[in-house]
Structure formats: structure tokens, C-alpha cells
Ligand binder design. Structure first.
Ligand code: ADP
Ligand code: ZN
Ligand code: ZN
Length: 736
């Protein structure tokens, strides 16, 4: 009897929106094939690795034209059925090729064919001999002393993830300690029996208790919660106790945090509480570390998985709950390639897995508040700060007519001096790094511009560079004006570097810590800088939005926002929402312990209606007003959007393509959908490319997707298509 032919339907990472059929390799056992396995296949002139989606008995492709798959790489499916289902949904919803979706879900080493194995279960433990060594006696080897202190505190041993935030080359230091016989490696993969929480849970206040109970009652069922609590109201404590109950049922917890909020502090807090191996996933990790975290999450050795955006796709052996901290944060949306929202994917994942999902924020997104209003999400409120901490007072500081000294008004300087004199700390916020955003020739008016973008170059005084913050181009600082040779070049405007400089002159006795992407570039420096603040050595803390999230600075009693007005006037309809969130997030850093905080906003528009509403009535009244505005003009969440973006090195091509695309959509004549544009992007030229976009808007989500399904496949045939790079952004969050 002839063996019936088998065809493998494979999702290959390629821009083509389709699966590819292959003949099964001759030596493979058809019974052992299952969706979710990786398959190496010939593709065009090369070979690639795809994911097996289906094994079928018929193929629409003529048999003569079918190629044979080279090799099935896995004995067990690498991707479980639930992740396959999630990927299919995401591919459909974001109109992004399934093979590319899979590629974004997998750690690089798995994409390139490596086996899903790890050495990460390795732990380092202090030896009996090492236990007799006092870390403080190692005065000549400060790094060894620091690691010994850590190992003393964890006699059960530490995993590599737990050393990760340690400054310097900890592996080298560990090797030295092993040589001395003070430290040993445990590779049994057994974390030891440490079921007891090391740090005891706090007694919950009634709203916290209500939140924990509601979420835990939902374990085993899908329900979406918005945990809506002001900064310091004890949201993290609520997460910790939900997780504790989840673990007690033998289930895993997946915790998503913003890119910047993944602070050493948060990980340490989880470790203190649980003392279990954590799987940590963020962009600063090596490929090997990512693979390890992925493997121990999939195998169930890690019960808690903490990570940034892409961690939403981490495999879980026993999914129990998903928590999204700071759910309003923009870093949950991927802004290139596969442009998904990790928050929205997480809610869908919870829905498919039938588990609860908790979205936490002090300043919830208008989308999530709308979902509460419409009954889709269940609201859990923590109205008060936990413990004894008081709400900070927030007031505007009218800087009109005020003499400004390096962007610092006299009343602010007086306040800073007063708080410092009381031995408190001050936090100053300015969301612009570098020394100055513009370099100007005073003699002829020349301005240093980026050749590749519609943007000025930012002056960085410390490195003596001019840098474009949009494309990364940099060049040495000019000594003379390139136009008129004058040496009178002046810095215009203010960045954190310049404010730091000014503060050093004003407060020469005070140690100032600046935290932004430039000052924390080297691995470990962020931690060192934060330690200086927590120890009290540094009294003025200055920084960008890196400071706005997640940190606790209990001794900060004064927060100054130097440039409030940046967010007030912007073409982006989300700008005022972002401004309100940022103000409250920054304000939330102050006075978290017994000390009451004072927050001042330097502004030229103290009477701005939304700003007034926010300060006098609070975030929720502000959000209601902002939602009303959105409803009146039919913007999200009262409509859904998709943005078709195009770019090319020639200015006309994107608009030509988008005009043709628009015509193609009009031919389809779909009801309920409106096309707006095309228009040039707000920053038309970026990194040498001219950009334009076409906005697609619909009141009903289904109308939007119906159009996209019918329209997108045809775009590949539009004549102008070859001259541009184009991409679709579903639920765009940035219009730039
Ligand atoms: P959030 O995550 O909402 O900013 P946290 O969970 O970090 O708040 O709590 C803020 C502070 O309040 C922390 O120092 C925490 O230890 C304390 N805290 C939280 N819950 C309680 C509680 N039930 N009783 C006493 N203190 C609490
Ligand atoms: Zn000049
Ligand atoms: Zn540029």
C-alpha cells in the first residue's frame, strides 16, 4: 500500500502573508510531527527556520514544484498550543505575517536553531570555609567583598539572574572566589527547599484586601481587572500577595513591567519576598540569558516571570495570572516591525488561557478607563497611600516675568535651598538629555541641523559632540560656524547636562546625581547612582523620564518639573494624557515615607484648563474630561485607528503610493470606514527617509478589520509599492 504523501505547512519568517507547503523529510516519522515544531526549510536561494503550523494530506501547490523540508529540529513542539493560538490571533489582528510573529516571539538562539536547553539552573553558593570569612575584612577587593556579602545573605545560593544587576564583571569575581575555595557551584537545578517567604507579607488595608480577594477568586477564570491606585497606595504589595496565592496553587505568574521601570529595586523586592528562582527577561540581557529565562519559564522551574514588552510571549507551563504594572506606559507598544501592544496581547492571552489579568496604574490609560466604564474590565481602587504617607501637594509655579537662571526660576531655587537646609532630598525633572537642544551661530543665525532628519542636533558638552536624537548621527562639536567662521556659537535651550552644570554652581556643597540615558550607559551605573541617592550621599537628583517610574525616594520632599509646558501644545491627540500621567508619576516619587512632599511645576500657562483640572480635581476628573473630548471628536477609545506608513528616499514616493492605496480602498467601498490623508509625518524626514501616512478610522473595530483584510493583499500590486517601504500600524500610539 502506498504511503499517503504528507505536507508540512510552515510559517516562514518572510514579509509574505502566507504559509508555505513542503514535503516531509524522507527520514521523519509522520506520527511524531506536531504543530509548534521548528523545521529547517529551503527558502528562495537560502535556508531558513520556520514553525510547523499544520500537517496536511493535500497541497494546492503542484507536486513538481514542492520542495522537501530539510530537517525537523524538535522532538517536542517548541511552541505549545496556547502560544500557537496567540500568535495566530496576533498575526490576524495586527495584519503581520505569522512567520514574523513567531520570529518575534522566540529568543534569538531558538530562532537560529539552538536546542531549548540551559545551564541557568546553575547556582553559586558559599562554602563552609567561605562562611567563616567576614566580607568587611576584604577591604582590598571591594568587588569580592560585595559579592561575599550577597552570598552570605543567601546561603541557599544565587542564580545568574540574581547577579545580573551587579556592577562590573561578576563572573570574573566569582571565579576568583571559587579559586579561594569560598564559593562553589551547584548544578543540580534544585534551588534547595526554601518554601518560606523570607520577608513577611504586610497586613493589607481593606481596599488592598478587596483587590487581592477579587483577583484570587478569579484564578482559573478569565477576568480583566484595572488596579487603579495612586502612587504609593500599595499596588506592588497587592501584586505580591496575588502572586503568593497563585504560586500556592502550583501556578505561574507573568509580570510585565515598562522598559525603564525594570529597576533593580523591583527585582530585589520580588526576591526578598519569594526567594525563588525568577525568570527575568529584558532588553539588556545576552542571548544566552534570554534563552535560559525562556527555558525555565517553559519548564516550570521558574514560577515568576518578570519582563518587559516581549516577555508577554514567554511560554508558561502552568499559567496562573498575568500582571501588567504601569499599564498606561508607552513602552508596551512596539514601534517598529511587529507593532503590537503587549498590554492588549496580554489581555487576549489571559482570555485564551482562561486566567485573570491585572492592569495596574496610578494613572490608567484612557482606553482602560473606558473599558471599565463599558463593563469589560473590573475596577479595583486603592484610593489612599498605604501606611502613613501623605499625598504630596502639587502647585504651579508661574514663571512669566520671572528672571530665569538657566531655566531655574528664583522661587524654585529658594525652595531647593530650603529643602536642602532641612536635610531632605530634591528631585528635578526635565525630559531632555544633553546640554542644549540647539547650537546657534550668534553672528549669522546658522543652526546645527541633522542632515538626515528634520531636526536640530543636540549639543553634548561632556563628550563634545553634536548628536541627533532621532537617527543617532553624531559628529564632533564645531569650533567655528561652518557658514561664517565665527567662533560665537551659542547653546540654546536646556537639557539635563546643562541644568546639572548650573546646579553645581548654585549649590557647590551639594552632591548632584544626574540620571538619563547618557549618564547610565555603562552596565551597572544606574544601580550605583541610585545607591548614592538612597544612602543620602547625593541630595539633588536630576533626570529625565528614567526617573519618573517605579523608583521610591523616601527622602525626597521637593519635586520640581522644570518644563511642564512641553506637553501642553502638541499635534498628538494623546499629548495631554501623557502630560498628566508624567506629572503624577514624577510627583509620586516624593514624600513616600513619613515626609510630606511638595511638587512644583514651572509653567508659562498656569491657567491651562486641563492642567488646572488635573491639579485641582485630580487625575480621574481630568481623565473624564479628556474622554469627553475624545468622544466629541470620535477619537480612540471611541473609534479605532490604523495607520498606513510609507517612507522613501525621494520626497514624492510615499505620497504617491499612499494616494494609490487610498484609491484602492475607495474602490472596495466599505461602510463605516473613513480614510484621512495621506499627509507628511510631523517630522517628515528622518534618518534620510521622507515619511508620510494615511489614517484609517472606524467606529467599529470589525469594520476596520474587514477593510484591512480586503485591502492589504492588493497593496502589493500597486505600482508605487516598489519605490517605498510601507507598514501598517494597528492601534497606533504615535503619529510621528
Ligand atoms: P505602589 O506600588 O502602589 O506605588 P507599594 O506597594 O510600593 O505602592 O507601597 C508603597 C509603600 O507602602 C511601600 O513602602 C510599602 O511597603 C508600603 N505598604 C504597602 N502596603 C502596605 C500596608 N498594607 N501596610 C503598610 N505599609 C504598606
Ligand atoms: Zn555663522
Ligand atoms: Zn538625524
Amino acid at each position: 500500500m502506498p504511503i499517503p504523501a504528507l505536507f508540512l505547512r510552515v510559517a516562514v519568517p518572510s514579509p509574505l502573508h502566507r504559509l508555505f507547503d513542503y514535503l516531509a523529510p524522507a527520514e521523519c516519522n509522520p506520527a511524531a510531527l506536531a504543530p509548534g515544531m521548528r523545521v529547517r526549510v529551503p527558502f528562495g536561494k537560502t535556508k531558513t527556520i520556520g514553525i510547523l503550523v499544520e500537517v496536511v494530506a493535500h497541497s494546492a501547490v503542484e507536486s513538481g514544484r514542492l520542495k522537501t523540508a530539510l530537517e525537523v529540529l524538535d522532538e517536542q513542539p517548541l511552541l505549545s498550543a496556547d502560544l500557537l493560538q496567540l500568535a495566530q490571533w496576533a498575526s490576524g489582528y495586527y495584519h503581520y505575517p505569522l512567520g514574523e510573529v513567531f520570529a518575534s516571539m522566540l529568543p534569538a538562539l531558538l530562532r537560529s536553531g539552538k536546542a531549548p536547553e540551559t545551564k541557568s539552573l546553575r547556582r553559586w553558593r558559599i562554602t563552609p570555609q567561605g562562611a567563616t570569612i567576614a566580607p568587611d575584612s576584604l577591604t582590598r577587593a571591594p568587588r569580592q567583598a560585595a559579592l561575599m556579602r550577597l552570598l552570605h545573605a543567601h546561603p541557599e545560593g544565587l542564580s545568574s539572574a540574581q547577579f545580573l544587576e551587579h556592577p562590573g564583571d561578576w563572573q570574573e569575581t566569582l571565579r576568583a572566589l571559587i579559586k579561594k575555595g569560598w564559593v562553589e557551584i551547584d548544578e543540580t537545578g534544585d534551588a534547595g527547599h526554601i518554601p518560606q517567604s523570607r520577608e513577611q507579607p504586610l497586613m493589607l488595608n481593606p481596599p488592598q484586601q478587596e483587590a487581592v480577594t477579587a483577583a484570587c477568586d478569579a484564578l482559573g477564570n478569565f477576568q480583566a481587572f484595572l488596579l487603579d491606585g495612586v502612587t504609593g497606595s500599595g499596588k506592588t504589595e497587592v501584586y505580591l500577595q496575588i502572586i503568593e496565592q497563585t504560586l500556592a496553587r502550583g501556578l505561574q505568574a507573568l509580570v510585565l513591567v515598562p522598559e525603564i521601570g525594570l529597576t533593580p529595586q523591583l527585582i530585589e523586592r520580588f526576591q526578598r519576598r519569594f526567594n525563588l528562582p525568577l525568570a527575568v527577561l529584558h532588553s539588556g540581557m545576552s542571548d544566552r540569558e534570554r534563552l535560559s529565562a525562556w527555558v525555565i519559564a517553559r519548564g516550570g522551574q521558574a514560577s515568576i516571570i518578570i519582563g518587559t514588552r516581549s516577555a508577554v510571549f514567554t511560554p508558561l507551563k502552568n499559567p496562573g495570572v498575568i500582571i501588567i504594572d504601569e499599564e498606561h506606559d508607552t513602552s508596551f507598544k512596539q514601534q517598529d516591525g511587529f507593532r503590537y501592544s503587549a498590554r492588549d496581547v496580554a489581555v487576549m492571552r489571559a482570555h485564551q488561557a482562561n486566567i485573570p489579568v491585572i492592569l495596574g496604574s496610578a494613572t490608567p490609560s484612557l482606553e482602560s478607563l473606558h473599558n471599565v466604564n463599558s463593563g469589560r474590565y473590573h475596577s479595583l481602587k486603592l484610593p489612599e497611600r498605604a501606611g502613613s504617607a501623605l499625598h504630596p501637594s502639587i502647585e504651579t509655579l508661574d514663571v512669566r516675568h520671572q528672571p530665569m537662571d538657566d531655566n531655574l526660576s528664583q522661587p524654585l531655587l529658594t525652595l531647593i535651598a530650603r529643602h536642602l537646609a532641612q536635610d531632605n532630598q530634591v528631585l528635578l525633572f526635565l525630559n531632555r538629555r544633553g546640554y542644549a537642544p540647539t547650537l546657534l551661530c550668534h553672528d549669522c543665525g546658522w543652526v546645527a541641523e541633522c542632515r538626515r532628519c528634520d531636526a536640530h542636533l543636540t549639543l553634548h558638552q561632556g563628550s563634545r559632540l553634536l548628536q541627533c536624537h532621532h537617527c543617532g548621527t553624531q559628529r564632533p562639536l564645531d569650533k567655528h560656524c561652518p557658514a561664517c567662521k565665527s567662533t560665537d556659537l551659542r547653546a540654546l535651550g536646556y537639557g539635563t547636562e546643562r541644568i546639572e552644570h548650573a546646579l553645581k554652581n548654585k549649590f557647590p556643597e551639594t552632591l548632584i546625581t544626574r540620571i538619563d540615558r547618557d549618564s547610565t550607559r555603562r552596565k551597572g551605573t544606574l544601580k550605583t547612582l541610585l545607591e548614592g541617592v538612597h544612602s543620602g550621599a547625593s541630595q539633588i537628583l536630576l533626570g529625565t523620564q528614567m526617573l519618573a517610574k517605579g523608583h521610591h525616594f523616601p527622602d525626597v520632599t521637593l519635586v520640581g518639573i522644570l518644563d511642564t509646558d512641553q506637553g501642553l501644545f502638541s499635534a498628538d491627540f494623546r499629548a495631554s494624557e501623557r502630560m498628566a500621567q508624567l506629572i503624577l508619576q514624577v510627583a509620586g516619587r516624593a514624600g513616600r515615607a513619613e515626609k510630606t512632599g511638595q511638587v512644583v511645576l514651572q509653567t508659562h500657562h498656569p491657567d491651562h484648563p486641563l492642567l488646572q483640572l488635573l491639579l485641582t480635581q485630580g487625575y480621574h476628573r481630568f481623565a473624564e474630561a479628556a474622554l469627553e473630548e475624545r468622544r466629541d471628536v470620535g477619537l480612540p477609545p471611541y473609534s479605532t485607528l490604523a495607520l498606513l506608513r510609507a517612507e522613501a528616499s525621494h520626497r514624492d514616493y510615499p505620497q504617491q503610493f499612499l494616494n494609490q492605496a487610498r484609491e484602492a480602498a475607495q474602490v472596495l467601498n466599505m461602510a463605516g470606514v473613513e480614510l484621512l490623508g495621506p499627509v507628511p509625518a510631523p517630522m517628515e524626514k528622518r534618518a534620510g527617509h521622507y515619511r508620510a501616512h494615511l489614517l484609517i478610522q472606524a467606529t467599529r473595530r470589525s469594520d476596520l478589520h474587514q477593510l484591512l483584510d480586503a485591502w492589504l493583499p492588493g497593496l502589493k500590486k500597486i505600482p508605487g509599492q516598489r519605490k517605498v517601504r510601507w507598514a501598517l500600524d494597528v492601534d497606533p500610539t504615535e503619529m510621528v
